[in-house]
Design a protein around this ligand. Sequence first.
Ligand code: ZN
Length: 470
Amino acid sequence: MREYEAVIGMELHIQLKTMTKLFCSCPVESESEANTLICPVCAGFPGTLPVLNEEAVKLAVRTALALGCGVNRISIFSRKNYFYPDLPKGYQITQYEHPLAENGKLIMGNRAIRIRRIHLEEDSGKLIHTKDATLIDLNRAGVPLVEIVTEPDIRSAKKAYTYIIRLREILRYIGVSNADMEKGEFRCEPNVSVHRKGEPFGTRREIKNLNSIRQVEESLRYEIEQQINMLEKGKKIRRATLLWDVKEKITREMRMKETEEDYRYFDEPDLPPLCIPDSFISEQRNYIGELPEERRERMHKQYGLPCNDVDTLASRKALADYFEDVIKITKDPRLTAGFILVELLGFLNENSIKIENNPISHEHLSELITLMKKGIITRTVARSILPQIGEGKPPTKVVKKLGLEKIEGKKVIDNIIQDILNEYVDEVKRYREGKSGLFDFFVGEVMKTTKGKANPRVVGKLLKEHLNKI
Ligand SMILES: [Zn+2]
């Protein structure tokens, strides 16, 4: 059997979180009216000169360091020449032969994906296609990007997906980008070829127009299949740029790939070489701190939590910080992790609140979890009062005011159960006749009557006793 192998490389463009554009002082915003954030520099008027944004260099250096790259003390800006209506100058300022940083890696489990290079460049404008015209919005022209290029080290669509997730976590941890794919702050262009194991690499094709990480995985899976079919039929694979058709879920050939010579790169004459002193680099190193993978490992060891829990908790820095603040007070990792992952995240999700804007202070959440731990309230009650706590009310006061303390007395629960069984005579009869599904109905009624204040396990146990007696 001839076994095929896919070889995938990834180019990612990430929008840096700066206040202003890369070469002018126009603000960077995503929701302004078209063509309101432009000036003669980013609109490409003749005679204007670019001035490099220091903040963008800082964030790019920080990105390079977090990915283990060597930062070049001198890098050079180049012009990449091509004509396209969204490119006002007729060229893009980027870095070519002498990029900002090289030779890094991103660790994924027991494998490392090598990073070939990271460089700074400016974004282009945006074309908006309407029914009878194509409009140009230059608000995005000149917005700072870093491009992160891997070596062809990825071997499956699934791994490509994981690579992007892990990289995005890092970018968010170190605060260089929001990396929101829907807003175009994070764009990927994978290239893929297939070959038989042991033979030279095949011809690679690049996929564009991917708007979600899922689409990256889907399109790669499709294209790998496609290329294997072509080779099986003895067809030759042409180098090409492909577009992902979201509706049909297929790749379409867009154009033959330009070769590098077509861009006629040359050094940007309006910008001096970018010289980065050691002090600049060490300053950025200080901002990095613990990265997601290290944090997962430490949290796993320190709190003895299952990998799945740690995986989610450490996926956002704000979430991991919050968890660790709460745990310092509750000193109960399992209960705390469980409550945060299920109840708190559920509450935030329902209200479309990001963890970064979580309205519940870690002190209040700790207090709530401690009330649960001491057996004063049930988890159901704890979950139900999250909205009030989100308004800043202290849990103990909310519980007191609403009388939500757990009902523990067997007698009290017994009475409630008896009342309910008396009320639903028909249902009891049907239950006795074999409709066992009604048991959950009875539990639900008891929980409703007690407003979630009884322990569901105790209710279940007592309810069984009552029903068996009838
Ligand atoms: Zn401008």
